[in-house]
Design a protein around this ligand. Structure first.
Ligand code: UT7
Length: 335
């Protein structure tokens, strides 16, 4: 049986830094509240003049990942693109990347699993490689949140949290079974779909209906989050799915070299760190600089950790995510 291994990582974040203080110019919020509740100090928001979009940022991160993998775009067999903020309702961003990078007419799959999207995408790519169907797969996570947030006081509990950016990984076939993606575990619980949701426009609430209602208080086309409810579920599910991944590989928490959690809230990461009795250098966090970038968060964090030399050959790396759906997931990787 084939095995799969990450052989290239890349990230791209917009240049435009929005500090907590900057947000106070258009909503009632303050640096202390944001830092205390979330750990976030600044985030990147696209400057529309630059031409960056979810697909464009995904393509920029991908170029770096492919180059670092020592491959060219012609070596990639398949694209998996995870995002909740695509450039268009349809088609998805995957086909845009195929075109932007000038790739052959390979398949492109879009994944819609929000904060768990990158791990879901990685899992799909892992299966395609392990069955022998494809050799090199580009897995992308990218978000343009700033294009769709309610940037008034009404939306402050959500809009101060989210940031823009993209990351990409090249997953490749290897015959070495001692390294690579050891396991992925995926979960969902749709009964809580509306606790973290953006409802419209959608087929259940289409544009003419919204226009006809002409309701200035209509918030359905902005993200809604029941923050404390999501928080409580997040800490439980993060722990469960990490344990599940470790158990499947006959590992214990002592075997973790580096945990890269989805960057939802620094308090969640700290809770998990304490629960698993991990040292500061065993958990990688960058939410302070980027906020929550949803499907991009884990792959941006993993790329930065690797760039900083914190991901070493032979290390056991654990990725874990929880978010809208609810969906949650983990991946255990022997680097
Ligand atoms: O990535 C997907 C998964 N997401 C998560 O896991 C996120 C989980 N949830 C959270 O991280 C936290 O619930 C939040 C950071 C979203 C919110 O923190 P919280 O401690 O749960 O605050 P809260 O929503 O209960 O709001 C507390 C107070 C409220 O005021 P009152 O009612 O106590 O007077 C809010 O109106 O804070 C107020 N508030 C703000 N104040 C200043 C809400 N947002 C802001 C803000 N600035 N941006």
């Amino acid at each position: 049986m084939y095995n799969s291994k990450i052989i290239g990582l890349g990230k791209y974040v917009p240049d435009n830094i929005v500090k907590n203080e900057d947000l106070s110019a258009f909503m009632e919020t303050n640096n202390e509240w944001i830092v205390e509740r979330t750990g976030i100090e600044e985030r990147r928001w696209i400057d529309p003049k630059t031409g960056d979009t979810t697909a464009v940022m995904g393509a920029k991160a991908s170029r770096i990942a492919i180059e670092r993998a020592g491959l060219t775009v012609n070596d990639i067999d398949f694209i998996v693109f995870a995002t909740l903020s695509p450039d268009m309702y349809f088609p998805g961003c995957g086909v845009q990347v195929q075109e932007m990078l000038g790739m052959p007419t390979i398949g492109a799959l879009d994944v819609r699993n929000q904060c768990s999207g990158f791990i879901y995408g990685l899992s799909v790519a892992d299966q395609f490689i392990k069955t022998g169907m494809y050799k090199n797969i580009l897995v992308i996570g990218a978000e343009n949140h700033s294009g769709g947030l309610d940037k008034t006081t009404r939306g402050r509990n959500v809009s101060v949290i989210f940031g823009d950016g993209a990351g990409a990984a090249v997953l490749s076939r290897t015959d070495d079974n001692s390294k690579g993606i050891l396991s992925t575990h995926l979960h969902s619980e749709g009964q809580h779909a509306k606790e973290l949701v953006l409802e419209g426009p959608s087929t259940q609430r289409w544009v003419p209906e919204i226009l006809e209602a002409n309701d200035p208080n209509d918030e359905s086309y902005y993200p809604y989050m029941n923050g404390q409810f999501v928080f409580k579920h997040a800490i439980t599910r993060f722990s469960e799915v990490i344990m599940e991944g470790l158990a499947a590989n006959n590992m214990t928490k002592e075997d973790i070299n580096l945990l890269v959690p989805h960057q939802a809230n620094l308090r969640i990461s700290q809770f998990i760190q304490k629960k698993f009795k991990l040292e500061d250098d065993q958990v990688y966090n960058n939410i302070m600089r980027y906020g929550n970038t949803t499907a991009a968060s884990i792959i941006i964090a993993l790329t930065e950790a690797w760039e900083e030399g914190k991901v070493k050959e032979g290390d056991n790396i654990v990725l874990a995510a929880f978010g809208s759906g609810f969906t949650w997931a983990s991946a255990v990787i022997k680097w």
